[in-house]
Write a protein that binds this ligand. Structure first.
Ligand SMILES: *[C@@H]1O[C@H](CO)[C@@H](O)[C@H](O)[C@H]1NC(C)=O
Length: 445
């Protein structure tokens, strides 16, 4: 109706950087079109976000809400990366629930001064939609996971879908949902998500997961499901500092496509056995490698004795923050050994590089199997019962994807995705459609 209307939009991501960063990407894209964003998180999380470009700063208001302290939650812990997944998730979830009153207060105060048109929120805040509803704010649930996770959740209505309690049944969680008509993916599970929203927004595009997006649209027929594109990150300007020089100086000396980049993200906690097999497999492959190694707070696992010394002629273990996007872009990097987080996958395919995947938690297994399905990489073979894997399977997977003739297929297929993922105008069109919907929604319903 009024297509040049400027909206006020509240963003409220879960306390994990794998969520805050896609929410921030989405915020920047909306702000670029002149909409005002109120990005709500905790003070320390907001401080750790990448700098907001100067031209967008007036349109992205950071709203710090101090995180209520919860017993056993370490001081200063405000994101999953501060506590580790296994011990910290429940504590953080409890603290996050404690944001209910401050959030309510913020929203109530805001609407007395200016209208809030939409709130875009994450999974795990079941209490937010009723508050927004009361204040007349439209609600959108944003799935940073992509369409595959939603197809696994299945239909909303119990007539065609499983009863809610089947979601807690282990057998149900690990067998293919009966309503997925194409027999492809092989492992399934379900997070808790709610569907009180007016709109479901998915980080995804038809060009990558069209089949799944169409299926989600059918399964959740009661709601509008909108893809917002993949939100590929923009190359942040980073200064030519010391970090830059040592990493890129080293990369420059390596042959084109020869280096395996290794990073498991900051939340994943591999066990000592997993880390040992991974490191020794990497060593066994003899491939040059750059390993961004950051031990998660909740983990005590370390690299095996002597590993760094034995591999220093062809490997670089980098123990602090690494500029992942620029590393992946570098011509020497031939593949990424990754935990298969969705953002890492998008960043890899953006540069047409293949994946060697070791999924360790939440949606990563689903992501990895999907990438195997589209033949842009392999999953390190593992024991189906206990998930264990060996150094030789690590070495074989790496050599296959980076080097062997038999693995050329993965390298070729990955290259084909570059024009899709890196296509700014394609992803821009998704954002435009999304904004159109946000503006016109009220008038349609
Ligand atoms: C990028 O996407 C647009 C819109 O879908 C399309 O017209 C164009 O051909 C794409 N560009 C490339 C390089 O694939």
């Amino acid at each position: 109706m009024e297509d040049n209307k400027k909206l006020n939009i509240v963003m409220f991501p879960w306390l994990a950087f794998g969520h805050m960063l896609p929410f921030l990407q989405l915020s920047k894209r909306l702000a670029t079109k002149g909409h005002h964003i109120f990005f709500v998180s905790t003070p320390r999380n907001l401080k750790r976000l990448p700098n907001i470009p100067e031209n967008l700063a007036p349109l992205i208001t950071l709203v710090p809400l101090p995180l209520p302290r919860v017993e056993n939650l370490p001081p200063n812990a405000e994101a999953t990366t501060d506590v580790g997944f296994s011990m910290g998730f429940d504590l953080l979830k409890k603290a996050y629930d404690g944001l209910q009153d401050p959030m309510k207060l913020f929203l109530e105060n805001s609407v007395t001064t200016y209208p809030l048109d939409w709130i875009i929120y994450d999974f795990s805040c079941y209490w937010l939609p009723p508050i927004a509803e009361k204040l007349g704010i439209q609600k959108a649930f944003f799935s940073v996971f992509g369409a595959r996770m939603l197809t696994i959740l299945g239909p909303l209505s119990q007539d065609n879908g499983p009863a809610a309690d089947s979601f807690t049944n282990a057998e149900f969680l690990t067998t293919p949902p009966p309503w997925i008509p194409f027999p492809k993916s092989t492992v399934y599970f379900l997070p808790y998500e709610d569907f009180f929203s007016d709109l479901i927004v998915v980080r995804g595009c038809l060009e990558l997961e069209g089949e799944y997006l169409q299926l989600v649209d059918k399964l959740i027929a009661e709601k509008t499901v909108l893809p917002v594109g993949l939100l590929p990150p923009s190359m942040e300007e980073s200064p030519e500092d010391e970090v830059h020089n040592s990493i890129f100086g080293w990369l420059k000396k390596q042959r084109s496509g020869s280096v395996v980049y290794v990073a498991l993200g900051s939340e994943v906690e591999p066990s000592q056995e997993q880390l040992t097999e991974l490191a020794l497999g990497l060593e066994l492959s003899k491939l040059p490698f750059l390993w961004a190694f950051r031990r998660s707070t909740g983990s005590s696992a370390d690299l095996p004795d002597g590993f760094v010394e034995r591999t220093q002629d062809h490997g670089l273990v980098w123990m602090s923050w690494a500029p992942q996007l620029k590393i992946l872009q570098h011509d020497s990097v031939g593949g990424f050994l990754t935990h298969a987080g969705f953002s890492s996958i998008i960043e890899t395919l953006m540069f047409g590089k293949p994946l060697i995947m070791l999924p360790l938690m939440v949606d990563q297994g689903i992501n990895a199997r999907f990438m195997v399905e589209i033949r842009v990489g392999v999953e390190i073979p593992r024991n189906k019962e206990d998930g264990s894997f060996t150094r030789s399977s690590v070495a074989q997977s790496l050599t296959l994807v980076l080097k062997d003739e038999a693995g050329k297929m993965y390298r070729d297929e990955a290259k084909k995705y570059k024009p899709v993922i890196a296509n700014e105008s394609l992803h821009g069109q998704y954002i435009d459609k999304f904004i159109n919907h946000l503006i016109n929604y009220k008038f349609e319903t």
